[in-house]
Write a protein that binds this ligand. Structure first.
Ligand SMILES: *Cc1c(COP(=O)(O)O)cnc(C)c1O
Length: 497
């Protein structure tokens, strides 16, 4: 299968798209066509375990990869999740389902893709005949960084540099990243927010001059962010997997539609849900949940994507994003795959910080997505109420999704004509990654020390503390560099010298 750029003529193989990370014209790679998964194939997938489902779906996109190798890689990746399952589905007492995506090595859903991506990148280099070493630049709002570091540390032929907003990640997220050991990694704090980090990384990747300079040192650039199609496609799998689990347990009949509620930041997770729908998964609606940074909610309300607005730091830092990169892939589809229009909108976004959709595009968008946002007290209340009512503790990102999902459910219940469908909430991180905020939500108490927070949440909820968070407690901090945005490139050059 080929992949094309959202902004122009570029057309490359899957391997090339993964290696490059971003198209030469600044656009993002999308599949030239969406492979289909008819009902009988969904039924066949019910018999498979998670790794088999992943290999099955991914081989439709990466058809030049050997299927055996892909399956083996998926098995190796998903063995690193508790219970060998990257996406267990739990029924809650309020009738909703939780799709728990955080049982991997770094306790957030980014692991689902980033445990597999090193294999995809290595294979892609082989297929594309790349001889140079790879330098992965990653901007993180907290969780991608650690997941990428775990995935790529000590990998031969690869170096990885992670940039995170100095004040924009949780203490635990920072600790996780800065204690990572490995001979090929760099972790750098940036004075700015996630949007600043992401913009600067994209600027380096899109600059012919900088690429050239980096190539003189023997490296080609790639990305571990969801702008890379190799990061995005493994995320399509758990949407299908959840559906199969509902079928297998007789909670759903083939063809019945479901609703997914997704806590959204860079729009990668929810876009994977849209891709699943395009491939044939019976999806009624995707609920796009934002925190106080609600540019996406306003887009659905007004038809204008306006990122000229105050930026808020919240207790769901991985969603503190105004410029959601993957929205470009969706508006490319809404425009009828009009690359010229998409390019001009992206130009307008970078110059005047906004663009507008046409009426028919907005209508189409509204038919796909229900959007809503929460403020901090909504989120706290949802986490508290849900734990009190159903005994289930959730992290702040999942709290945002649950809050908006409940609002959606109430709206459907009020509408006598509306059909009801099962609601699946994507649970994207372990509550233990945000001990201060969760303890506050559950008890109203503040605690300074993350590990005191962990202990008290454990006493309160009896939920198991993940090993990976326990073991970093006494590890030394290995990275202390802080730079301004305009010095990120210098830091990259220093790192590969
Ligand atoms: C990254 C992240 C999100 C947002 O996902 P996007 O793909 O950026 O929309 C939500 N929750 C958690 C815990 C995350 O790490």
């Amino acid at each position: 299968m080929y992949f094309i750029s959202t902004r122009g003529e570029e057309k490359v193989t899957g391997a090339q798209a993964v290696v490059q990370g971003i198209a030469g014209d600044g656009g993002l790679f999308v599949p030239e066509v969406f492979p289909t998964v008819p009902p009988e194939e969904i039924e066949r997938m019910c018999e498979m375990d998670y790794a088999e489902r992943a290999a099955y779906l991914l081989s439709k996109f990466f058809d030049e990869f050997e299927e055996d190798g892909l399956l083996e890689a998926c098995r190796a990746a998903y063995r690193r999740f508790e219970g060998n399952d990257a996406a267990p589905l739990l029924r809650m007492d309020n009738g909703m389902y939780m799709l728990e995506l955080f049982h991997g090595p770094t306790c957030a859903f980014k692991d689902v893709a980033l445990t597999l991506m090193p294999y995809l990148l290595k294979k892609s280099c082989e297929k594309a005949g790349v001889k140079e070493k790879i330098l992965i630049l990653t901007a993180t709002s907290g969780d991608t960084g650690k997941a990428a570091l775990e995935g790529f540390k000590d990998q031969e032929g690869v170096k990885i540099c992670v940039f995170y907003p100095e004040e924009g990640v949780s203490k635990m997220q920072k600790l996780q990243m800065c204690t990572t050991e490995g001979n090929n990694i760099d972790v750098v704090a940036v004075r700015g927010n996630f949007d600043d980090c992401q913009r600067a990384v994209k600027n380096i990747m899109n600059s012919a001059e900088k690429r050239e300079e980096i190539s003189k040192r023997g490296y080609i650039l790639s990305s571990a962010n969801s702008i890379n199609i190799g990061r995005l496609l493994p995320q399509v799998v758990y949407y299908f997997s959840a559906y199969c689990d509902l079928l297998s347990s007789d909670q759903l009949k083939m063809g019945e539609k479901v609703v997914f509620a997704v806590p959204t930041g860079n729009f990668g997770n929810i876009l994977a849900g849209y891709y699943a729908e395009r491939m044939g998964l019976p999806v009624e609606t995707l609920v796009c949940a934002s925190n106080k940074n609600c540019a996406l909610t306003d887009l659905l309300k007004t038809g204008t994507y306006n990122v000229k607005r105050p930026f808020f730091r919240t207790m769901s830092p991985s969603m503190d994003i105004l410029i959601s990169s993957n929205l470009e892939r969706l508006i490319f589809e809404l425009s009828g795959r009009n690359a010229e229009l998409t390019a001009s909108r992206m130009q307008s976004l970078s110059v005047s910080e906004k663009y507008s959709l046409r009426a028919e595009e907005l209508k189409e968008l509204k038919s796909l997505i229900y959007a809503g946002c929460t403020n901090e007290s909504d989120t706290v209340e949802t986490i508290y109420d849900f734990f009190m009512d159903y005994g289930y503790p959730m992290d702040p990102h999942t709290g945002v999704a649950m809050s908006v999902a409940q609002r959606y459910e109430a709206m459907i219940e009020e509408d006598k004509d509306a059909e009801k469908h099962p609601i699946i909430v994507l649970s994207t991180a372990s509550p233990y990654k945000f001990p201060q905020d969760i303890l506050y939500a559950l008890t109203g108490n503040d605690v300074k020390d993350s590990y005191k927070g962990v202990k008290r949440i454990h006493l309160l909820t009896a939920m198991k503390v993940p090993e990976c968070l326990k073991e970093i407690r006494y590890k030394p901090i290995l990275f202390k560099t802080v730079v301004s945005c305009d010095k990120m490139y210098d830091e990259v050059l220093k790192f590969i010298n």
